[in-house]
Design a protein around this ligand. Structure first.
Ligand SMILES: Nc1nc2c(c(=O)[nH]1)N[C@H]1C(S)=C(S)[C@@H](COP(=O)(O)O)O[C@H]1N2
Ligand SMILES: [Mo]
Length: 300
C-alpha cells in the first residue's frame, strides 16, 4: 500500500488539561453540549443508521461462550448476573467491591450511536446506552501515579462452554492508557436500544472504545484496576505480532493475514459492496492527538 497515514498534528498535551481541552472540543462538536448522541466528526455529516437489535445480538464475539458467531446468542443465557460486583483496586482513592448501581452512583446513562469495527474486518453501528468511563473514574478517584486502566471479564466455568474448553486463556483481560480511558468517547455501556445489555453483548457492563478494534471492548467486567504499567491484553498475549496493545482502527496498517482497508457491513446483505475503513474508525478528529508522538505502524 503506497499511502501511509502519518500524524500531522502537533504535540499532544497528555495532561488532565489536555484531556479536558479534548473533551471540550468533542462537546463543542455536538452543537448544544450534551444533547443527542455523539457519532464522531465524520458522522456529523453522515447520519449513522444503527444495525437492527437482531443483528447486534445474533452476530457476536464472546469466546467464553464459544468461538462461533452464533455461539454467544445460543449459550450466553447461562451467564449468571445475580449479585454482580465489580472489584476496583490499584492506584485509586476509593477501592472496593461495587454493585453496578454503586459504581454508577448518580450518573445518568445516555445514548451513543457508534461505529463498531472488529479486527476481522466486519462492522456494525450500535446504539449503546452507558456512561463515560471518565465519570466513573472521577468517582473512584484516580491517583497521580496511575497511567493505565486494566479490566477483567467474569469467569464462570459452569456457565461458559468456551472457558471449559479453554479456547483461549481466561479471564479475558484488556487495558487502556489513562488518557484513552478518560476520553469522552470511551463508554461503560449497560444497554443497547434502551434495553439492559443482552448477555451475548457483555451484560451487565462492558467497555466500548469506538476508535479501536472491537476486541478492546471487553465484556462482562468484574474488575477495574488503576495501574502504573501497561497491563496485559488477551489478544496481544495470544499473538503480539498480529494484535498490538493499542489496536486503533487503521486502514493503512494491515493485519498480517488480511487487509484492513475495507470492511463488510453486517446486515448489508449478500451482495453489498465493502465500504472503506476510516482512520480511527471515523473518530480521527477527536482522538488523533492522543497518538501524536507515536509511530502507528510500530505501535499498532
Ligand atoms: N470477555 C470478552 N470480551 C470480548 C470478547 C470476548 O471474546 N470475550 N470479544 C471481543 C471482540 S473480538 C469483539 S469484536 C467484541 C464483540 O462485541 P459484540 O458481540 O457486542 O459485537 O467484543 C469483544 N469483547
Ligand atoms: Mo473482534
Amino acid at each position: 500500500m503506497a499511502h501511509r497515514w502519518t500524524n500531522k498534528l502537533g504535540a499532544a498535551d497528555v495532561t488532565p488539561k489536555g484531556i479536558w481541552m479534548n473533551r471540550r472540543k468533542v462537546l463543542a462538536g455536538l452543537g448544544a453540549a450534551g444533547l443527542g448522541p455523539i457519532g464522531g466528526s465524520a458522522a456529523a455529516q453522515e447520519a449513522l443508521e444503527p444495525n437492527s437489535f437482531e443483528d447486534i445480538t445474533s452476530y457476536n464475539n464472546f469466546y467464553e461462550f464459544g468461538t462461533g458467531k452464533n455461539d454467544p446468542a445460543r449459550n450466553a443465557h447461562a451467564l449468571d448476573l445475580s449479585d454482580w460486583t465489580i472489584e476496583v483496586d490499584g492506584l485509586v482513592d476509593n477501592p472496593g467491591r461495587y454493585s453496578l448501581a454503586e459504581l454508577m452512583d448518580g450518573l445518568e446513562t445516555e445514548e451513543r450511536i457508534y461505529r463498531f469495527r472488529c479486527v476481522e474486518a466486519w462492522s456494525m453501528v450500535v446504539p449503546w446506552n452507558g456512561v463515560e468511563l471518565a465519570d466513573i473514574l472521577a468517582l473512584l478517584g484516580v491517583q497521580e501515579s496511575a497511567r493505565y486502566v486494566a479490566f477483567e471479564t467474569a469467569v464462570q466455568p459452569d456457565n461458559m462452554p468456551g472457558v471449559r474448553r479453554r479456547v483461549i486463556p481466561f479471564p479475558y483481560v484488556e487495558g487502556l492508557r489513562l488518557d484513552e480511558a478518560m476520553h469522552p468517547l470511551t463508554l461503560i455501556a449497560t444497554g443497547i436500544y434502551g434495553e439492559p445489555m443482552p448477555r451475548q453483548n457483555g451484560a451487565p457492563l462492558r467497555l466500548v472504545v469506538p476508535w479501536k478494534y472491537g476486541f478492546k471492548s471487553i465484556k462482562s467486567i468484574v474488575r477495574i484496576s488503576l495501574v502504573a504499567e501497561e497491563p496485559p491484553a488477551t489478544w496481544n498475549i495470544i499473538n503480539p505480532r498480529e494484535y498490538g496493545f493499542y489496536s486503533n482502527v487503521n486502514p493503512y496498517v494491515d493485519h498480517p493475514r488480511w487487509s484492513q482497508a475495507s470492511e463488510r457491513e453486517i446486515g448489508g446483505g449478500l451482495f453489498a459492496s465493502r465500504k472503506p475503513t476510516l482512520m480511527f474508525n471515523g473518530y480521527e478528529e477527536e482522538v488523533a492527538s492522543l497518538y501524536a508522538y507515536m509511530n502507528l505502524e510500530e505501535q499498532f
